[in-house]
Design a protein around this ligand. Structure first.
Ligand code: NCD
Length: 359
């Protein structure tokens, strides 16, 4: 085996692409507090419908009503990795529901002094935290924290494993933009008479093809979306070079396909999700960037050749000029900012659910 192949195999084994976690680390739902969200694997279609229905109910409330939902409840945000969108939206979502929040980050806490995840979690619990939102560089960290603290834990991204709230906000953005599932947005209204999100089922995304392109191997966002969306009927096409997209990705579940040619993938797409190359996880260390850009960048020319209704998504952070051009990111087919707003809405529901509040 060449050095390059060995490194790729080690990374793949580490992330264990198909399910992402070795047995025992996954933390079955029965071992953790109800209301935890560790992985999309534990969500049934009915759970997804319930979360999106709660999102809609919270959205319809006025500000004062919403601010009573989690009044006098305490939520800790524990971030061991940088984050802009996820951290801020969880924090603003919690505050808009009236909760008290506290942010602990690895840069300014005893984590810097070597305190373990377990001890940090137990300390937050002793201080009155009733739920913890965790981002951590290790796959399985959210399950571990849920098991040692017994508190509901919301996984805000664990290593290369899962990012379930991102997949839910991506789903809501897709439903809103395609006018499906009774979901509304600033841009599209639900069809009159269409059933609400509580009716979301295994056929809601029938006939919809989502293409995910870029650094799939290191992406917890890709993994969560590729596992969640086919359960609602979507076809997921993964696209990228073998260094960033090993064949084993097909093992993540049914409804997943690989197409290495981006133009061919785009020709079938209703939605395209672009992903950044995750340099911090050693992605692209031996990638020819000029070649990657030539083959996989989403630019105006490629977009013009695809369906005029193609919806463009990106979880952020965007590296303009690399996986996507600024023109496309800012263009009319881009729903990138809407994803951020949907994140705030969906995370409100996840926080209320975590604390067992029926909103
Ligand atoms: C992603 C993440 O952190 O997994 N961003 C996000 O949460 N919106 C994607 C990335 O870091 O590239």
């Amino acid at each position: 085996m060449t050095e390059k192949a060995k490194r790729a195999a080690t990374r793949e084994a580490e992330v264990g692409l198909p399910s992402g976690l070795p047995p025992g680390l996954a933390g079955s739902p029965s071992q953790v507090a109800a209301g935890s969200l560790l992985s999309v694997e534990h969500l049934s279609v009915a759970d997804v419908a319930g979360i999106l229905a709660m999102t809609a109910r919270l959205e319809r409330m006025n500000t004062a009503e919403r601010a009573r939902v989690l009044l006098e409840r305490t939520i800790a945000l524990l971030f061991y990795e940088s984050s802009t969108r996820t951290r801020t939206s969880f924090e603003l979502a919690a505050k808009s529901l009236g909760a008290t929040t506290t942010l602990v980050s690895d840069k300014s806490s005893s984590i810097e002094k070597g305190e373990s995840l377990k001890d940090t979690g137990l300390t937050l619990r002793a201080l009155g935290a009733e739920a913890i939102v965790l981002r951590h560089p290790s796959s399985g960290a959210a399950s571990l924290l849920a098991r040692v603290t017994g508190l509901p834990v919301l996984n805000a991204g664990d290593g290369m494993h899962q990012h379930p709230s991102q997949a839910l906000l991506d789903l809501r953005t897709i439903l809103a933009r395609l006018g499906l599932g009774g979901v509304t947005s600033q841009v599209s209204k639900a069809r009159p008479g269409a059933p609400g999100p509580e009716a979301i089922n295994a056929k809601t995304l029938d006939g919809v093809t989502l293409v995910i392109t870029g650094d799939i191997l290191h992406s917890r966002v890709a993994r969560s979306n590729a596992m969640l969306l086919p359960r609602l009927g979507a076809r997921v096409v993964l696209c990228g070079p073998p260094e960033l997209l090993p064949e084993s990705a097909l093992g993540m579940g049914g409804g997943i396909h690989i197409e290495r040619d981006f133009d061919r993938a785009l020709a079938q797409a209703d939605v395209v999700m672009m992903l950044r190359i995750q340099k911090e996880r050693l992605a692209g260390f031996d990638l020819n960037l000029a070649e990657f850009i030539a083959r996989y960048q989403l630019n105006a020319q490629r977009l013009a050749a695809a369906s005029p209704n193609l919806l463009v998504l990106h979880p952020g952070p965007i590296i303009r000029g690399l996986e996507i051009t600024g023109e496309v990111a800012d263009g009319p087919q881009s729903a990138i900012e809407e994803q951020v707003s949907q994140g705030l809405a969906v995370r409100r529901a996840l926080l209320a659910r975590a604390l067992g509040v029926a909103a």
